[in-house]
Design a protein around this ligand. Sequence first.
Ligand code: FES
Ligand code: FE2
Length: 450
Amino acid sequence: MSVQTAGAERRHPDHPSAGLPLEDAELTHAGPGTPMGELLRKFWQPVCLSSELSDLPKAIRILGEDLVAFRDHAGRVGVLHRHCSHRGTSLEYGIIAENGLRCCYHGWLFDIDGTILETPGEPVGSPLSDSFRHGAYPAREFEGLVFAYLGPPEEVPPFPILDCYVEPAGNRLVPFSVWHPCNWLQVHDNVMDPVHAAFLHAQMSNIQLTESYGEVPVLDFADVPNGIVYIGGRRIGDHVWIKGNHAMLPNMGQTTALWETANSVKYFTGVSLTKWIVPSDDTHCWMYGFRHFNEEVDPEGVGAEDECGVDSVDFFGQTGHRRYDESQREPGDWDAQVSQRPIAIHALEHLGTTDRGVVSLRRMLRQSVRRERDPLADLKAQCTSALPVHTYCYDTVLAIPPRAEGDDREFLRELGQQVVSALMDAEDYNGEERRAYLRQRMQQIEAANQ
Ligand code: FES
Ligand SMILES: [Fe+2]
């Protein structure tokens, strides 16, 4: 933890980054009372997997708060302050009850909403249990992830159901988590950094996804109602591959097909990974998410549902469980991001044109913490009906050979813009109708440019 004193910005001499400029605290610090911490608290955040709630409570640390999650014998999920409000014993040693969680030390029983149901050592009629409540946060489960809301009780936000959860028909969501011993923002930055895929995932050591990622994409970006998408255009022989990952404010991201080869025409395919980067504290975070399993994003069946779970996901280089020398020889996302220091120091970076997405994402986050934009209002506007929320993450592969004349990379950029225009024009459609409309528009773009 950094020691910051008024007028003298410095760290404790034992800090691993002692002597270096201070980190960008406005964006990276997420503890209680910090601007970013307060922003993240306005949204439902994943806090563990449902499979982690067994016959024992689970100690969790989220946004700098020590908490305990559990499922009581009635099947209800609770997220409580970890330390007993009697004399502080950790409720990770608590005994799960029919209704709530009982502290091991003197038997106090806490309901999932923090109501103190029993103080068994106290005299009958003692007013103690009615005089206060134990700290508790609303919790809910969705498709194997446990979410909690740590914000103001009077402002519980909507819980968005995204279109990609239910499209294409038959999509299966499989929950996973990955522990990162580094700040949350450098992990989140990655979703707006398409150029790393060409280098880290293809050119630097081995082909980690597919060879097609090795082409450095032509880049553009577009604002969408709940964040930003990148438009990555690649020339793969006589095909054009337009790929768009989606950063959703504040800390969500979506990724397209992991193993796309772009060797055959695809008019519009969707999401293979939905993720939240949740700070545990300022130097540790969890990636929680869903892998999406369907034939549209993984026709070859490369993915493995049984490899997705607690601190585990089914594609290369995502966790810290590999041998050190192996990760040195073939580093993956986890190694590249964690090694950016415990908290990446923005003042030491030398950003280039390929970092425009990262710069835009950070700018949006800064505007959000300064209340110059309101991602919660944007979310509420998207949740006004029972329909799933639109997301903007896609792959499109079109049979368009290079033009006989002109700059092919400029051509790729124009095609990317046409694809994004179609996405924006599809706002009035929903579900399969929207997908059919987009497929038709992609065909039209292909036909007009062949
Ligand atoms: S410390 Fe928990 S009941 Fe006493
Ligand atoms: Fe990556």
